[in-house]
Write a protein that binds this ligand. Structure first.
Ligand SMILES: *[C@@H]1O[C@H](CO)[C@@H](O)[C@H](O)[C@H]1NC(C)=O
Ligand SMILES: *[C@@H]1O[C@H](CO)[C@@H](O)[C@H](O)[C@H]1NC(C)=O
Ligand SMILES: *[C@@H]1O[C@H](CO)[C@@H](O)[C@H](O)[C@H]1NC(C)=O
Ligand SMILES: *[C@@H]1O[C@H](CO)[C@@H](O)[C@H](O)[C@H]1NC(C)=O
Ligand SMILES: *[C@@H]1O[C@H](CO)[C@@H](O)[C@H](O)[C@H]1NC(C)=O
Ligand SMILES: *[C@@H]1O[C@H](CO)[C@@H](O)[C@H](O)[C@H]1NC(C)=O
Ligand SMILES: *[C@@H]1O[C@H](CO)[C@@H](O)[C@H](O)[C@H]1NC(C)=O
Length: 562
C-alpha cells in the first residue's frame, strides 16, 4: 500500500519534471525503461501484460503504440480488407490517456490499449456503424453502445471499425463469409485468398495480424468462434446476457452475444472483464447471477484441468468427421493432452435430440425464429437512430434499399433471409404464440436435448464441467440456440501440402496451413471455467506460437515511432 502510494507520488513528480523539461512532447511515463527498442515485442505477438509494463516503464506511449497500429493497418489493408475505418480521433484519445497515466491515473489493464470493433457495434464518434451496408453510411446513434462505453471507461482506445459478413450474415443465402458491399471480400493471413469465415471476419483477421491488441465480435450462431479458430485465435461467445447488446445492430435477442477475440486466453479474459455487466438497456443482463463481474484474467491457472470432468459427444463427431480428417486427428491428440493434464474424459455424452435438431435446421425452423426477432430488433434499432440518412425504418425498407443500390450487388447476393423474415413468418413479431413455441423448441434442442443434457448425463451429482469438440462442427449452433458459452483455442493446422479448394467466386475454402481450433462448451455463466480450461490447454500446447506464420505481415513496429 505505501509503496503503491510512493509510486504514485514519484510518478507525479517525474511527470512534473517531464513537463518542465520537454513541454511540447507527448507525455510518457517515468523513464525507467530497461529494454532496447529493437527488443520490444513484435506487435503480432504483444500481450496486454507486456503493453502495460512497457507503458508503465515509459518504453513507449499509447500515442506511439497507436501510431504503429495505424501504420500497420495502412500497410496491409489493401490485401486483407479487414479494417473498414480508422477512428480519426484515436491519436488524440491516446494522448489524453498518456496524460492521465503520467498524472498517476491508471484505469486498469486496458489503459491505453487499442481495440477494434465490429462494424455492427455502434459508437457515438466519427466512425460509421453500418453492418457493412451502404444503407447505414452516415447514420448516427444517440450514444455509445454499452460495450463500447465500457471499453472506453476501462481506458481502451476504440481504434476503428472492422469489416464483417454483411449484416452479420443475415441477408443472403448466396453470399460469402467475410464479404460486405463496403469493403468487399476480407481474406485470412494464412493463405492468399483464404476465406476468413464469419461473421466477425475483420475482428479475427485484424487481431491475427496485430493491427490492434484484440477486437470485439458478435455471435448469433458461431460468428465469434468460427472466424477466431480459422485465424489461429482465442475467442469467446459469452453466455447470452453476460454482455449488453444495447446499440449493437441485432439479429436475435435470444441468441446474440457480444464477445472478444485475442491472441491469448488471458487477453481475451481481460477484454471480457471490461465489457461484461448488467445494463438497464438490455434486460437479459439482469439474469447475471453475480453482484460483481469476475476479473476473468485473475484466476487463470495452468493446472485448472486437474480433476475436471470433460465430456465428448462422440456419436455426433463421428457423424460429421472421418477418422482420417485432420481436425479429428488433432482432436484425438488434444483429448490425450487434456487427460494428461489431469482431467477425466467421458466419451459418448450425446445430444439426445440431435436428429430433431438436424431436421429443424434443414427446413429453416430454427432460422425463422431468429428471423422474427430480427424483424422486431432491426425496427427498434433503426427507429432509435439520431440520424437515419436513407430513412429506412424496417426490414421491408432494407429489402427495397438493397435491391435498388447497385453497390449492394443484388441479386448476385440476394435478400433471401429478409424475404423469409418478412413474407413467410407466421406472425408479426416475436411475441406471438408460434414464436414462443419455437423458442421453447430452441431451448430444448440446445439445452436438455443438447448441451445441458449431455453435461448432466454423467459424472456424478453435478454432471460434467464442459464438453469439448473439434471446430468445423455444428454444436456451435447447438450451444448458441440455448444461449450457452463457447471458447475456442488454437488446436492445429492443415498440412502444408493440402490441395487448395475454392468456391464458385474464387474464394479459397481449403488451404495449406489453415488453422483450426478446439471448442470448450459449458453451462450458462460458466465462462470463467471455460476460459480456465482453454488457458491450461494453451499453456501446455502453445499452438499459435509454434505454428505456421501468415504469408504476409505488416512490418511497422513501435520502435519506428519512438
Ligand atoms: C463515415 O461516413 C461518411 C459518409 O460517407 C464519411 O464522410 C466519413 O469519413 C466516415 N467516417 C469515417 C471515420 O471514416
Ligand atoms: C480497407 O480496405 C477496404 C476495401 O478496399 C476499404 O473499404 C476500407 O475503407 C479500407 N480501410 C482503410 C482504413 O483504409
Ligand atoms: C426482457 O424483456 C422482454 C420484453 O419485454 C421479455 O420478453 C424478456 O423475458 C425479458 N428478459 C428478462 C431476462 O427479463
Ligand atoms: C471421408 O474421407 C474420404 C477421403 O478423404 C472422403 O472421400 C469422404 O467423403 C469422407 N467422408 C466424410 C463423411 O467426411
Ligand atoms: C420442420 O421439420 C420438422 C421435422 O421434420 C417438423 O416437425 C416441422 O414441422 C417442420 N417445420 C416446418 C416449419 O416445416
Ligand atoms: C418497398 O417497395 C415497394 C414496391 O416498390 C413499395 O410498395 C413499398 O412501399 C416499399 N416499402 C418500403 C418500406 O419502403
Ligand atoms: C512442410 O511440412 C513438412 C513436415 O511438417 C516440413 O518438413 C517441410 O519443411 C514443410 N515445407 C514447407 C515448404 O514449409
Amino acid at each position: 500500500m505505501s509503496s503503491y502510494l510512493l509510486e504514485r507520488w514519484s510518478l507525479t513528480f517525474l511527470f512534473l519534471l517531464g513537463v518542465l523539461s520537454m513541454a511540447t512532447a507527448s507525455p510518457v511515463g517515468p523513464r525507467s525503461c530497461k529494454i532496447n527498442p529493437a527488443d520490444l515485442p513484435d506487435l503480432i505477438d504483444i500481450t496486454i501484460d507486456e503493453i502495460s509494463a512497457h507503458l508503465r516503464d515509459g518504453c513507449f506511449s499509447s500515442y506511439q503504440l497507436t501510431s504503429a497500429y495505424i501504420a500497420r493497418i495502412r500497410q496491409v489493408n489493401c490485401t486483407f480488407h479487414a479494417v473498414q475505418e480508422i477512428n480519426p480521433d484515436a491519436l488524440d484519445i491516446a494522448k489524453a490517456l498518456d496524460s492521465e497515466r503520467s498524472r498517476g491515473k491508471i484505469r486498469g489493464p486496458l489503459h491505453g490499449v487499442p481495440i477494434l470493433l465490429k462494424d455492427n457495434i455502434a459508437t457515438l464518434d466519427k466512425l460509421n456503424t453500418t453492418a457493412g451496408s451502404y444503407a447505414l453510411v452516415g447514420a448516427k446513434v444517440k450514444r455509445d453502445s454499452t460495450v463500447a462505453a465500457k471499453l472506453r471507461s476501462a481506458g481502451a482506445i476504440v481504434l476503428g471499425k472492422v469489416g464483417l459478413s454483411q449484416w452479420s450474415n443475415h441477408r443472403s443465402s448466396n453470399s460469402t463469409p467475410g464479404w460486405s458491399s463496403r469493403h468487399g471480400q476480407i481474406t485470412s493471413g494464412y493463405y492468399p485468398g483464404l476465406r476468413p469465415e464469419g461473421s466477425s471476419s475483420g475482428s479475427a483477421v485484424a487481431t491475427d495480424l496485430g493491427l490492434a491488441l484484440g477486437a470485439l465480435g458478435t455471435d448469433t450462431s458461431g460468428s465469434i468462434v468460427t472466424p477466431a479458430w480459422r485465424n489461429n485465435l482465442v475467442g469467446i461467445r459469452p453466455t447470452m446476457g453476460l454482455t449488453s447488446r444495447a446499440l449493437v445492430i441485432p439479429i436475435s435477442e435470444r441468441q446474440d452475444s457480444i464477445g472478444p477475440m485475442a491472441r491469448t486466453v488471458k487477453d481475451t479474459a481481460y477484454i471480457l472483464s471490461a465489457i461484461a455487466g448488467k445494463c438497464s438497456a438490455d434486460n437479459y443482463t439482469s439474469a447475471i447471477p453475480f453482484d460483481k463481474i469476475p476479473e476473468y484474467w485473475r484466476d487463470l491457472n495452468k493446472d485448472s484441468l486437474r480433476g475436471a470432468k470433460i465430456g465428448i459427444p462422440s456419436a455426433v463427431i463421428k457423424d460429421i468427421m472421418n477418422s482420417t480428417d485432420p481436425f479429428r486427428v488433432e482432436f484425438e491428440k488434444a483429448v490425450d493432452i487434456i487427460r494428461d493434464l489431469g482431467a477425466t474424459i467421458h466419451e459418448n455424452r450425446e445430444f439426445t435430440d440431435y436428429e430433431d435438431y438436424k431436421a429443424f435446421t434443414l427446413n429453416f425452423t430454427l432460422y425463422s425464429i431468429c428471423g422474427m426477432e430480427f424483424k422486431t430488433g432491426i425496427k427498434k434499432y433503426l427507429n432509435d437512430l439520431a440520424v437515419n440518412p436513407n430513412n429506412i425504418k424496417d426490414a421491408f425498407g432494407l429489402i427495397n434499399y438493397t435491391r435498388s443500390d447497385s453497390r449492394e450487388e443484388y441479386p448476385d447476393r440476394n435478400v433471401f433471409l429478409w424475404e423469409a423474415d418478412t413474407e413467410k413468418l407466421p406472425c408479426e413479431d416475436n411475441t406471438c404464440k408460434v414464436a414462443w413455441d419455437l423458442t421453447q423448441l430452441r431451448y430444448r434442442l440446445g439445452g436438455e436435448g443438447g448441451i445441458l443434457g449431455a453435461l448432466a448425463s454423467a459424472g456424478g451429482p453435478d454432471g460434467l464441467d464442459a464438453l469439448i469438440v473439434p471446430a468445423h462442427y455444428a454444436p456451435v449452433d447447438i450451444a448458441a440456440i440455448a444461449g450457452l458459452p463457447v471458447v475456442t483455442v488454437p488446436l492445429g493446422f492443415r498440412s502444408n501440402d493440402t490441395v487448395v479448394e475454392k468456391d464458385e467466386r474464387g474464394v479459397v475454402t481449403t488451404a495449406p496451413n489453415e488453422p483450426f481450433g478446439l471448442l470448450f462448451i459449458g453451462k450458462a455463466w460458466d465462462d470463467q471455467k471455460l476460459l480456465n480450461f482453454a488457458y491450461a490447454f494453451e499453456q501446455k500446447t502453445q499452438v499459435r506460437k509454434n505454428g505456421p506464420k501468415q504469408y504476409k505481415r505488416p512490418t511497422a513496429q513501435i520502435k519506428d515511432f519512438l
